[in-house]
Design a protein around this ligand. Sequence first.
Ligand SMILES: NC(=O)c1ccc[n+]([C@@H]2O[C@H](COP(=O)([O-])OP(=O)(O)OC[C@H]3O[C@@H](n4cnc5c(N)ncnc54)[C@H](O)[C@@H]3O)[C@@H](O)[C@H]2O)c1
Length: 285
Amino acid sequence: MYLVVEHRKKRLRRCAWPVPPVDAAPRAPTKGSAMENLSLQGKSAVVTGGASGIGGAVTKLFVARGARVVVVDLQQEAGEALARELGDAVVFLQGDVSDPAVARAAVAAAVERFGKLDVLVNNASASRQKPFEEQTDDDWDLAMGSGLYSTRNFMLAALPELKKTGNASVINFGSGAGLDGQVNQASYAAAKEAIRGLSRVVANEWAPFNIRVNVVCPMAMTGGVAQWAQARPEQYAQSAAKVPLGRFGDPDHDVAPIIAFLASDDAQYMTGQTVMADGGAIKLR
Ligand SMILES: NC(=O)c1ccc[n+]([C@@H]2O[C@H](COP(=O)([O-])OP(=O)(O)OC[C@H]3O[C@@H](n4cnc5c(N)ncnc54)[C@H](O)[C@@H]3O)[C@@H](O)[C@H]2O)c1
C-alpha cells in the first residue's frame, strides 16, 4: 500500500492536469457473470429509426436478447408491422426525431410501459448527397436535424431516467463518410463528426453516473445505402472495394450484434469510443 501511494504522489507532481484523488474509491464492476452479460434481459431501450435498416435489425436483436424497445420512426407502416411481429416487447411511436417533443414522448413511453430506461440508440439519420456548393439550407437542416439535433434531444430527454438506472448505455451513430471525407456528403459528414465530438464530451461528463456513451460507424446494405448505391454507383463501387472483409455488412448479422454488445454489461468498461463496424474499411488511430 505504501509503495502505491508513493508512486501516485510522484505521478501527481509530474502531471499538468488534475488527476483523481489518491483515495478515490474505484467503481465496482456492475453485476452479472461473464456468461450472462451479453444478454439484454430486463433492459429497456429507445431505438430511433428503429423501424427499418440497421435500426430495425437492432430492435429485433435487442428483443431476442431479452430487452424491450420503444421504436421511434417516421415510417408508420414499417413501425407498426415490426411492433405486431415482436408483440409486447415493442412500443412503436411515429414521429420525427428532430422534434424535442418526440424525444420526451419516447422516454415517457419507455418509463410508462417498461418502468425505466437503460439504453438509448440514436440511429436515425437522413441526408441528401450533392456537392457542397449545391447543398441548400434545407439539405443542411435535414442532416443536422435528423442526425445531430435528434441525438442531442434524445440524450437530454433520456438523462434523468438513465441516471436512475445507474448503469446505462448510449449508442450514437457516426459514419465513415465523415472520417473519410466522402464527396457529396458535406452536411451528413459534418453532422456525423459533430456527433462524435458531442459523444466524447458527454462520455466524460456522464461517466460519474455510470452512463456510457459510445459511437458506432457501420457499413451495411440497407434501404438507405441501396438508394445511395443507385444514385452514385461509382462512389458505391469505390466504398465496396475498400472493405477488407469483401462485402457490405449485413444489418442483422454483422452490425446489430456490435450494438447489442455496446448495450450489454459486457461493455461496462468502455466509453467515449468510436467502434468501426465496417469490415475493416477504416482503421482509427
Ligand atoms: N448503412 C450504412 O452503410 C451506414 C454507413 C454509415 C453510417 N450509417 C448510419 O447508420 C444509421 C442507420 O443507417 P441505415 O443505413 O439503417 O439508414 P436507413 O436510411 O436505411 O434507415 C434509417 C431509419 O431512420 C428513420 N428516420 C430517418 N429520418 C428520421 C426522422 N427524422 N425521424 C424519425 N425517423 C427517421 C427512417 O425512416 C429509417 O427507418 C444512420 O445513422 C446512418 O447514418 C449507415
